[in-house]
Design a protein around this ligand. Structure first.
Ligand SMILES: *[C@@H]1O[C@H](CO)[C@@H](O)[C@H](O)[C@H]1NC(C)=O
Ligand SMILES: *[C@@H]1O[C@H](CO)[C@@H](O)[C@H](O)[C@H]1NC(C)=O
Ligand SMILES: *[C@@H]1O[C@H](CO)[C@@H](O)[C@H](O)[C@H]1NC(C)=O
Ligand SMILES: *[C@@H]1O[C@H](CO)[C@@H](O)[C@H](O)[C@H]1NC(C)=O
Ligand SMILES: *[C@@H]1O[C@H](CO)[C@@H](O)[C@H](O)[C@H]1NC(C)=O
Ligand SMILES: *[C@@H]1O[C@H](CO)[C@@H](O)[C@H](O)[C@H]1NC(C)=O
Ligand SMILES: *[C@@H]1O[C@H](CO)[C@@H](O)[C@H](O)[C@H]1NC(C)=O
Ligand SMILES: *[C@@H]1O[C@H](CO)[C@@H](O)[C@H](O)[C@H]1NC(C)=O
Ligand SMILES: *[C@@H]1O[C@H](CO)[C@@H](O)[C@H](O)[C@H]1NC(C)=O
Ligand SMILES: *[C@@H]1O[C@H](CO)[C@@H](O)[C@H](O)[C@H]1NC(C)=O
Ligand SMILES: *[C@@H]1O[C@H](CO)[C@@H](O)[C@H](O)[C@H]1NC(C)=O
Ligand SMILES: *[C@@H]1O[C@H](CO)[C@@H](O)[C@H](O)[C@H]1NC(C)=O
Length: 442
């Protein structure tokens, strides 16, 4: 009796199991079929000159094996669509919004155009979207703010126009925002973006963005590592509280219209590796606090009206590789032991300033130097013989100064030298014949 009941129970369980498996499978199949029909609709609106998709996206094989498509192991649904660099033209079908498991969408490097269909707002699992280097039109849609799982957004190199929508500030998981090479993108950076505390990288290079940068910008951006707004029309003073973005490693602000001073709080950004500043209207001095940036590798401060002395604290930064202070009004003289800590320095460019005094006598200790320019300053006295220790030097520009005496014989030690410029100085004597042994000279 018991056995019979057990048997009935068992077979019932078995039947239920079969039913459930079958049901689950048919559901997956249905959904995969949905993914397939969505992809085929997408393909239908695309012109594919190299036939990447033509024979490959064929219904006799699973979409999961199609080129540019990946599926999740668990649900067998399409999670990745990567059609980058395929030279595709055409538009995006609204059916893209049906790929409801999509996590990553990369369409970069094609020639796709038209408006982005609003159905894309349904992709509520999307973490990465790269639409860069296409010809998409219209405004950057406000529904981007609905894609709240997004971590990485690349929109540059399109024909998008108008302002960056305020709703981008709803993307509270966003780590990377990149809008680059889009001249039709105008207006300010919406302040809502500075509320996204997950942000690590902001690239807004070469657009027509304008307005000021709020003083509270950094309040919530404790994770920000990179801010690059090169080549826009931003104006006003730069945020005096930039020092609160305490994780910044790269700060690139060149080619805007900022005015005022370099904020001293920059000295709090002790993780900074790269600084580019270059605005006609920045004035004042290079703050002494820059010398606190003991990870700094690249310091480029060009075409501004900076005056005063180069703070000696900078020459304490042994990580420095590039110091580029081209075309300012810097004066004062360089410390005689300038190179004691600068063993990694490869480029020193002081062109067009008003620096005077002698060339530091320990210049030879800057032993990694490849390029040095003091062109267009007021240096005096002799060219130090110690220059001859710069055996990696390729470019040496000394012209337009008041250097005097003879060209040291040791110049012949610079066996990698390609360019030697020493015109309009007060030199005398013979050109040392050692220089003619340098076969690399151009
Ligand atoms: C299958 O699609 C339906 C609607 O089309 C949806 O409700 C369901 O969650 C999907 N199932 C899976 C496993 O994706
Ligand atoms: C499509 O391309 C993928 C990747 O190149 C390849 O593995 C697959 O076999 C192709 N499928 C067909 C039907 O050509
Ligand atoms: C799918 O069908 C096409 C022709 O329609 C054929 O060329 C291709 O080899 C088939 N692929 C597979 C994986 O069966
Ligand atoms: C897919 O998307 C289209 C257009 O957005 C819609 O008309 C259609 O109902 C969707 N299909 C499925 C199976 O969800
Ligand atoms: C998209 O694909 C291109 C080309 O393969 C790649 O260089 C780029 O890094 C991808 N985008 C993202 C955000 O990963
Ligand atoms: C975006 O989300 C808002 C609020 O949830 C909703 O009203 C709107 O319809 C969504 N937009 C799209 C295009 O789905
Ligand atoms: C800036 O972007 C425009 C397209 O909007 C492009 O034509 C131009 O070459 C870019 N300039 C630089 C310096 O990259
Ligand atoms: C930033 O977030 C706070 C709290 O969520 C909110 O009150 C404030 O309005 C937001 N600011 C901006 C500029 O979006
Ligand atoms: C910079 O750091 C100092 C000392 O830690 C602190 O007193 C000051 O408020 C900081 N300034 C900014 C703008 O973060
Ligand atoms: C600085 O000026 C030089 C010469 O005028 C120019 O070539 C360079 O692009 C300028 N740099 C910036 C960042 O504006
Ligand atoms: C350079 O660093 C040393 C040791 O940290 C310090 O004593 C000295 O004052 C610094 N010099 C300058 C000019 O900042
Ligand atoms: C420069 O090189 C000479 C040998 O050519 C050496 O005696 C001298 O110590 C070096 N000076 C420095 C500062 O490295």
């Amino acid at each position: 009796m018991m056995d019979k009941i057990k048997f009935h129970l068992l077979s019932m369980l078995l039947i239920m199991h079969c039913f459930m498996v079958g049901f689950a499978r048919s559901k997956t199949v249905t959904n995969l079929t949905n993914d397939q029909s969505a992809l085929l609709e997408i393909k239908d609106q695309i012109i594919d000159p190299h036939n990447f998709l033509d024979s490959n996206w064929s219904t006799n094989s699973s979409v999961c094996h199609w080129i540019g498509v990946s599926c999740s192991a668990r649900h067998g649904r399409v999670t990745v669509l990567d059609l980058s660099d395929m030279d595709l033209t055409g538009t995006i079908a609204p059916h893209l919004g049906n790929l409801s498991f999509l996590v990553s969408l990369n369409l970069s490097g094609n020639n796709l155009h038209g408006y982005l269909p609003k159905e894309m707002a349904k992709l509520h699992r999307l973490k990465l979207i790269d639409l860069s280097q296409n010809s998409f039109n219209g405004e950057i849609p406000v529904w981007f703010g609905n894609l709240t799982t997004l971590k990485v957004v690349y929109l540059g190199g399109n024909s998008f126009q108008g302002e960056i929508p305020w709703e981008i500030g709803n993307l509270l998981a966003l780590e990377t925002l990149s809008v680059q090479d889009a001249w039709l993108i105008t207006g300010p950076i919406p302040a809502s973006i500075f509320n996204i505390s997950s942000l690590k990288e902001i690239y807004l290079i070469n657009n027509s963005l304008s307005g000021g940068i709020s003083n509270d910008m950094c309040q919530h951006l404790q994770k920000l590592e990179l801010l690059n707004i090169y080549l826009n029309e931003f104006s006003g003073p730069f945020s005096s509280n930039i020092g609160e973005c305490s994780n910044l490693q790269e700060l690139i602000l060149s080619s805007n219209q900022f005015s005022g001073f370099i904020p001293t709080s920059i000295g709090n950004l002790t993780k900074l590796k790269t600084v580019y500043l270059g605005e006609k209207d920045l004035e004042g001095v290079i703050p002494w606090e820059v010398g606190n940036l003991l990870s700094l590798e690249t310091f480029v401060v060009e075409n501004m009206s900076l005056n005063g002395q180069i703070p000696a604290s900078i020459f304490n930064i042994s990580s420095l590789k590039t110091v580029f202070l081209y075309n300012n009004s810097l004066s004062g003289s360089l410390p005689d032991n300038m190179c004691s800590h600068l063993h990694k320095l490869e480029v020193l460019d002081l062109t067009y300033n008003g620096i005077f005094g002698h060339i530091p006598s320990n210049i030879g200790e800057c032993s990694s130097l490849r390029s040095v320019s003091i062109y267009g300053n007021r240096f005096t006295e002799l060219i130090p013989t110690n220059m001859g220790n710069l055996t990696r030097l390729k470019h040496m520009y000394l012209s337009h100064n008041d250097l005097e005496g003879e060209i040291p014989w040791e110049i012949g030690n610079l066996i990698t030298l390609e360019i030697f410029s020493a015109s309009d100085l007060l030199l005398r004597g013979l050109i040392p014949s050692s220089i003619f042994n340098i076969s690399s000279l151009k």
